[in-house]
Design a protein around this ligand. Structure first.
Ligand code: EPZ
Length: 436
């Protein structure tokens, strides 16, 4: 049954948000448990559809997986499967993270090729080239990656472009390889550091954490360990931008401010007041005349592409002209047409969107094309007149925990309705309303 989020025009957001663990950290941490036979623990795990999907992939491979609150227990003692099937991989690209650990521990892996996504092709050629560099034989057939190797051999590998996912997979493969692997131009996202901490806690020998050059001394075996997932910097950024858009005052808690420097600098440049404590960030935009600021996304620590759609909504809400350029995903602009349905004035040319701010958006039915585009539409709905109905919200369930509850704590009542009709003619029957 299709569901919609009904977002009301809202006052300024006020209050605190407790930030959940990071989806993009937890998925690699879960895949890493395949490298040992034992019971691994991951703490601070959010309840999200993507976490459930990775759990299903691990169960398919023979693991026992249990989430109690935010504590995830993964028992891999019976894990002998080496195939990650199409029906699971198509639900979530990150399922490909099992390629490295299966190859490393079992000497073989068969993983369905993840297709493209809403904003175009997302190749995995670097994942494959990396496995081949570690002496794996890789064949693509019938939509699957089939990889074989005796024991992987350590080697040098240079990423021609920064890739989070390929860095994850190479790390997971190289820790059990014979000899030394050096990864050059590796991604340095905080989620990679979280994974390096976990692997070293399992007995791996990884050096160079936080730098673009990672050196991995392969070991014979790894043990199960316990690790805490870092906070979700993208979730935190989404709420901070929401506060700026609604001219509110908001504190995101249990977050690492150092993970969001590019965003904090850009928010400060708009004229918002932003101040940080050890594990919280407060944004105050009350009674402040903000101006739109152009941004260009890039690999960490540059402005995150996963905050680009939300930032575009902020620029739409402010009088003036600005530009948003995405260098990571040059075609990541599916949210533009939907924002224009609400009355925004945006032109896309190549990998740059030019925005003429139009603070008076009007509520309308719109559709989420992916996770972050969905977040941008929620934020737009907060400032559009009347209400905005957002469909295809399954995308949001993949990456935002308790979205309705967290907005309710900020004074906004978002309703989740069953939608009985498709697209624009939404006629809804209230299913669940958390407050009001
Ligand atoms: C991770 O995706 C995140 N996903 C994405 O977040 C995020 O947008 C992206 O990193 C960039 O920060 C997860 O962590 C699960 P990449 P990933 O490999 O690893 C090209 C969200 O909203 N490339 O760093 O798939 C690629 O096409 C999601 O939470 C190749 O060409 O991204 C892109 O242009 C969306 N060949 C660039 O590299 C490859 O083999 C960066 O992609 C791999 C990547």
């Amino acid at each position: 049954m299709k569901e919609v989020y009904q977002v009301p025009a809202s006052q300024s957001l006020q209050g605190d948000v407790i930030i959940s663990g990071a989806k993009n950290a937890v998925l690699p941490l879960m895949a890493a448990t395949l490298l040992c036979r034992g019971t691994s623990i991951i703490n601070n795990v959010p309840q999200l559809d993507d976490v459930d999907t990775m759990a299903d992939v691990l169960r398919y491979l023979g693991a026992k997986v249990e989430l109690q609150g935010s504590r995830l227990t993964i028992d891999t003692r019976e894990c002998d499967g080496y195939q990650a099937p199409y029906h699971l991989v198509t639900k979530m690209r990150a399922s490909i993270y099992v390629l490295g650990p299966l190859l490393a521990r079992l000497g073989q892996a068969s993983v369905a090729l993840p297709g493209g996504c809403a904003w175009g092709p997302r190749p995995v050629d670097l994942h494959i080239a990396g496995m081949q560099a570690l002496s794996a034989k890789v064949e693509l057939s019938h939509g699957n990656i089939h990889a074989h190797a005796g024991r992987l051999k350590g080697a040098d590998f240079t990423f021609p472009i920064s890739s989070v996912g390929a860095t994850v997979n190479l790390l997971l493969a190289a820790v059990l390889a014979d000899g030394t692997t050096r990864l050059f131009n590796a991604a340095i996202e905080p989620e990679i550091d979280n994974l390096v901490d976990q692997l070293n806690a399992m007995g791996a020998q990884i050096f160079g954490k936080g730098s673009n050059t990672l050196v991995i001394e392969g070991v014979a075996e790894l043990q199960a360990a316990e690790i805490d997932a870092i906070a979700d910097r993208i979730e935190a950024g989404t709420y901070l931008i929401a506060a700026a858009i609604t001219k509110g005052k908001l504190t995101v808690k249990q977050v690492q401010p150092s993970h969001l420097t590019a965003l904090i600098d850009s928010l400060t440049a708009t004229g918002a007041l932003v101040y940080c404590e050890d594990d919280s960030i407060t944004l105050d935009a009350q009674r402040r005349a903000l101006k739109p600021i152009s941004i260009k996304t890039g690999p960490y620590p540059l402005f995150a592409t996963d905050l680009q759609p939300q930032w575009m909504t902020l620029c739409v809400s402010l009088a003036g002209v600005s530009q948003v350029t995405d260098t990571v995903y040059p075609e990541r602009f599916q949210h533009v047409a939907e924002l224009c349905r609400l009355g925004a004035n945006i032109r896309v040319k190549g990998n740059t969107a030019s925005i003429i701010g139009t603070p008076n958006l009007s509520g309308a039915p719109v559709k989420a094309s992916d996770l972050r585009a969905g977040a941008a539409l929620i934020l737009a709905g907060l400032i559009a007149t009347e209400h905005t109905d957002i469909s295809d919200i399954h995308h949001l369930d993949r990456g935002y925990q308790n979205l309705i509850g967290k907005f309710a704590n900020l004074g906004v009542t978002i309703h989740r309705h069953a939608s009985h009709t498709t697209d624009c003619q939404t006629k809804t029957t209230p299913l669940l309303s958390l407050c009001g």
